[in-house]
Design a protein around this ligand. Structure first.
Ligand code: PSU
Ligand code: MN
Length: 291
């Protein structure tokens, strides 16, 4: 199945898992509209990525997004199950790994998301490591992210990126961010304070290696969540996800949904704020260089 490629020049890829599985249904369409407007306001063009009736699409229309949002159940696709879902003509929301694969195939090299998947805690019993991490070793895409979701083992995830040899650069930070929290104890490979310098580096690095780069952009200060509050909410959300038996691909959406409830919407507001901020930076990086 060839890719439906509607990406314009200076495109920023956006993913559908965040919209379909990461936020409540009624927040999805307004968030998508807002992200499109943010990207356009910086002189770049948005390209929403997902699978509609089996067609891998880079640059989904608002109607196609509505089709996914109205469907009873939409599969969550990473690089492992993407091909099967396409072959069977199904709808799918793409995670970071599947979005990177399709974006790269469409020639889009900048992508904004909320937070990467990574190493889940509890790996002494069994491993659960997101396919997002390995995708950076295969697809030449710069992914602007607020680090990895704080529901994960952030330090182990940072080490896993190091093991895979994935470059992790911080935008105006020396610390690897943890989604709702601006800092973790882990660091970055390099800090960039200037967006134009970062854009030049990314162009050169992607061309040099043919692999991806993590661009770590901390949540805006005013939207950061207090760590003490955060760890209480997380403990409660983990209990709820355990009770619901949410494992594997269901684990991340179950934890995010439980957090949004337990925090009375505070984690949702923070999540929306950081995605907007990442879209803004990604669009700046993708937009034509100033003269
Ligand atoms: N960022 C968000 N919310 C999300 C995600 C990212 O703010 O829901 C999604 C991304 O699509 C990411 C996925 O790739 O969660 C990770 O899922 P898993 O842990 O099953 O690999
Ligand atoms: Mn997993």
């Amino acid at each position: 199945m060839p890719i439906v490629n509607r990406a314009a020049k200076h495109a920023v890829a956006l993913e559908t898992t965040l919209l379909v599985h990461g936020v409540p249904k009624d927040s999805a369409r307004p968030l998508a509209d807002e992200l499109n407007a943010i990207v356009e306001s910086q002189g770049a063009s948005p390209a929403l990525v997902g699978v509609v009736h089996g067609a891998p699409t880079v640059g989904m229309t608002p109607e196609e997004l509505d089709t996914l949002l109205a469907a009873d159940s939409v599969a969550k696709a990473n690089t492992a199950n993407l091909g099967v879902l396409m072959a069977r003509g199904q709808h799918a929301a793409t995670t970071v790994s599947a979005t990177m694969e399709l974006a790269a195939a469409a020639g889009v090299d900048v992508f904004a998301t909320g937070g990467l998947g990574g190493v889940h805690p509890g790996y002494a019993e069994h491993l659960d490591i997101s396919s997002d991490l390995a995708a950076f070793t295969r697809f030449p895409v710069a992914v602007v992210t607020s680090g990895v979701k704080s529901i994960l083992d952030v330090l182990s995830t940072r080490e896993a990126l190091e093991t895979l040899g994935v470059p992790v650069v911080g935008f105006r930070t020396d610390h690897f961010p943890a989604f709702y929290l601006r800092e973790s104890e882990a660091g970055v490979d390099a800090r960039f304070d200037d967006a134009d310098e970062l854009a030049s580096f990314l162009t050169a690095e992607l061309a040099r290696t043919g692999r991806g780069v993590v661009v770590a952009n901390p949540i805006p200060e005013t939207n950061e969540i207090n760590p003490d509050e955060w760890f209480n909410w997380l403990a409660e959300a983990e209990r709820q996800a355990d009770d619901a038996g949410a494992t594997g691909r269901a684990r991340t959406p179950a934890l995010l949904a439980a957090l949004h409830t337990v925090s009375r919407g505070r984690t949702l507001a923070a999540n929306l704020a950081l995605v907007r901020s990442n879209a803004t930076l990604a669009a700046r990086l993708a937009a034509p260089a100033p003269h």
